[in-house]
Write a new protein. Structure first.
Length: 273
């Protein structure tokens, strides 16, 4: 841990305490807890390669995310980024920025990219809480670390972990709330990722997912399935049907499952029983 600032080390110690199999001497050299060596990275698809490039993290939060996601959410009818963040905090049972009493919860942001949603979650969590952003991309995390200031007054600190979202490294029931925005469709095994998010959530904890949605214009049946399979193989992107994600939460015992449908995206949430 030499050469690492005291604040990073102190926060990292809290995060290491949440790991199922904590390393003796965690690698914090890049400003985050690095649990992935080059040999253990998940295999890259076309979409994954873009996420690991040096370029995309530079334009992601200000250009790529608002342009692409707001369009897929049907902006201006659908929510813009600020409204999306407010809904995430609300559906997860967090507070809102500026409120004097914000709950001190442990929150996990799965596939956090450059930390854009992670920071929005931290703005709804009290100073005694902790927000952990996990991603596999070193370039995304590099940007996340440089864009995340030390916690403001009354706001939760943020710490980042380089790890695999499909095989979450945390112990059971480590978190009060889990968020996974803009990433489930990139995972090679999204349902295993949902199993992991359920596992790391304490009973009564809340999960929220923003992911792709298949519009009715894409044909159903064998031809539609084959087109989707080939498109998925080529791009590494899964487009989910309307009830697939809500069904996955219900099957895993979530209660109060709710959803907002947008033209090409869906926001799904529930509470772990
Ligand atoms: C489109 S970004 C989403 C960033 C942010 N959550 C948001 O909503 O804007 C998708 C992120 O998923 C990450 N990712 C994809 N597969 C992953 C995996 N198996 N484990 C961890 N991160 C993964 C990518 O590195 C990328 O940073």
């Amino acid at each position: 841990m030499e050469g690492v600032s005291t604040s990073v080390r102190t926060l990292a110690e809290r995060v290491v305490g949440l790991l199922a199999d904590p390393p003796d001497d965690p690698d914090l050299s890049a400003g985050y807890v690095n649990l992935l060596g080059p040999a253990t990275e998940p295999p890259p698809s076309l979409a994954q390669s873009a996420m690991r490039s040096a370029f995309l993290p530079q334009i992601y939060e200000k250009v790529w995310r608002p342009a692409g996601f707001n369009l897929m959410k049907g902006w201006p009818i659908g929510p813009d980024t600020a409204a999306e963040h407010a809904m995430a905090r609300d559906w997860l049972g967090l507070g809102q920025p500026g409120e004097t009493e914000r709950p001190a919860l442990n929150v996990l942001d799965v596939a956090c990219g450059p930390g854009n949603v992670t920071r929005a979650l931290a703005a709804g969590v009290g100073a005694d809480g902790l927000v952990v952003g996990l991603d596999a991309s070193a370039t995304m995390l590099g940007r996340a670390v440089s864009d995340t200031p030390a916690a403001g007054s009354g706001e939760a600190p943020v710490c980042y972990v380089r790890g695999n979202a499909v095989d979450l490294p945390f112990r059971d029931a480590a978190f009060d709330a889990v968020c996974c925005f803009g990433a489930l469709y990139l995972f090679d095994d999204p349902w295993r990722a949902v199993d992991g998010m359920t596992r790391v959530l304490r009973p009564g904890g809340r999960l929220i997912i923003l992911t792709s949605r298949r519009p009715f214009t894409v044909p159903a049946g064998p031809l539609g399935r084959e087109v989707r399979r080939r498109a998925g193989d080529l791009t590494g992107i899964t487009v989910f049907g309307d009830s697939q994600v809500t069904g996955a939460l219900t099957e895993r015992g979530f209660t109060g499952v709710r959803r907002r449908r947008y033209p090409l995206m869906q926001l799904v949430a529930g509470q772990r029983s």
